[in-house]
Design a protein around this ligand. Structure first.
Ligand code: ADP
Ligand code: K
Ligand code: ZN
Length: 430
């Protein structure tokens, strides 16, 4: 039933384990230039930690701290001890780098294998990794986890859908790792080529690495005829394999023997009430080369209250609502791109892609949403199209409280970016 007995450890024992590991991690972190300074200033020693609640006494670590310490300031060991690095794409600002010892890589592969097992993948499955390799952790991270689980692993990388289909057929691929925006594009590709998804051996897709709604998951499932499971991670915490959906498909178990998770109010830094949404903050509990303490992920989520029917005791994170930095403020109203996605994807006429543009008109900030319309709805009848456009605008206004301009475009006309989708373009000029 489970890959590792720790998955069902009673909460009390899990907390004891976390406390022990937190102390150990702090003593390791003290070996790094950065934490010897900051923990020293905060007066934190391993002995001063009595329970997991004491984590509150540690200072936060932010993305900016990682940038300032780039490249080696966070390392607890001499550089010769490290065997791998990954770097974030630096979607915003300077890059950050994360370093792994062999121990850290082994740990990561085990967490990844455990994650895949939890959604029903077994030795004997063939996994095709349709995510980009390279500095992005979704390549090698998934790859080593899949091998650890004993799956034949096809390192296809992203793109070239024609070849993807051939590989899937030739090697009888049963599991695909694919980021949601590419999965949407890929299903459109199959449709175009007249390939019946039912004729492909795929039964599971692991989707993650970028925010997406339940509506997108359902579309991927029905278009590709498989089960799609949400996969969450970030390079600062290894990469994928931090939290993962089990077969219940109701939230992602976060592996609490390896990560100590807090949900805070991003403004005050205080813990939010149980079950409330806030910023996810994580502390490594098993990493040796570059453990991070109270890392502010900027990701917004909440703990799902209650126990999971699968029997795992590790708490579940709800679908990530987006990053705190993603929030748009238009005409004084706070808007998250995922609200827009949810509304659009619940409408059958809407195709696979959309783009949000911010622009200025006079002194007013405006929002424009370009929406791909399914071929069969992209009719010549002007009145029908105008009606649809109006309906989309009204639905969006009901959700985001601002009326956006809506532009209907043909399917596959919004350029597909390599890697993670860029959903928002800011055309305002300051
Ligand atoms: P980059 O900052 O270059 O995108 P990462 O690959 O480390 O680097 O990205 C991690 C981030 O990707 C997370 O902090 C989160 O914002 C997003 N992410 C990863 N997995 C998911 C997921 N399943 N759902 C929503 N967002 C995700
Ligand atoms: K990141
Ligand atoms: Zn579960």
């Amino acid at each position: 039933m489970y890959f590792n007995p720790v998955e069902t450890l009673p909460r009390k024992e899990l907390e004891t384990l976390q406390t022990e590991r937190l102390k150990k991690t702090i003593s390791m972190a003290l070996q790094s230039p950065y934490y010897s300074r900051t923990l020293g200033e905060a007066g934190v020693t391993p002995e001063s930690i009595r329970s997991v609640a004491d984590v509150k006494r540690l200072p936060f670590t932010t993305k900016d701290d990682l940038r300032n310490e780039y490249p080696y300031g966070m390392l607890c060991k001499p550089i010769e001890e490290f065997v791998r690095l990954h770097a974030s794409s630096g979607t915003t600002g300077n890059p950050t780098a994360v370093f792994y010892t062999q121990h850290d890589l082994d740990e990561w592969a085990s967490l990844m294998a455990r994650s895949m097992y939890s959604c029903g993948i077994r030795k004997g499955d063939v996994l095709q990794n349709m995510a980009g390799y390279g500095l992005f952790t979704g390549g090698l991270g998934i790859h080593y986890g899949s091998e650890r689980l004993g799956c034949l692993t096809v390192p296809a990388g992203a793109g070239n859908s024609k070849r993807q289909v051939k590989l899937i057929r030739d090697f009888n691929v049963t599991v695909a790792h694919i980021i949601p925006s590419y999965a949407m594009y890929f299903s459109e590709f199959l449709h175009h080529e007249g390939i019946d998804p039912e004729s492909l051996p795929l039964r599971i897709a692991l989707i993650g690495a970028e925010p997406h709604t339940e509506e997108i998951r359902q579309r991927i499932e029905s278009m590709l005829h498989l089960k799609a499971y949400n996969s969450y991670g970030l390079s600062e915490m290894n990469g994928p394999g931090v939290a993962f959906e089990c077969t219940e498909q109701n939230g992602m178990h976060v592996w609490e023997d390896a990560f100590l998770v807090e949900i805070i109010n991003p403004e005050t830094g205080e813990h939010v009430a149980d079950g409330e949404i806030g910023e996810v903050v994580m502390t490594n509990l098993t990493r040796q080369g570059m453990p991070l303490l109270r890392y502010r992920t900027r990701d917004l989520s909440r703990f799902i209250p209650g126990e999971c029917a699968c029997g795992r005791t590790h708490r579940r994170l709800d679908r990530i609502q987006g990053r705190a930095d993603d929030m748009l403020i238009i005409k004084g109203v706070n808007i998250y791109p995922m609200q827009i996605e949810q509304t659009l994807m619940s409408m059958p006429e809407v195709g696979q892609n959309y783009l949000i543009e911010l622009f200025r008109e006079g002194v007013m900030d405006q929002i424009r949403v370009k929406v791909e319309i399914r071929e069969e709805f992209f009719v010549e009848d002007m009145r029908k199209l105008q009606g649809l456009q109006k309906r989309i605008a009204t639905r969006l206004r009901d959700e985001i409280l601002v009326t956006p301009r809506v532009e209907l475009v043909q399917s596959e006309s919004i350029p597909k970016t390599q890697g993670k989708a860029k959903r928002v373009v800011d055309l305002r000029d300051d």
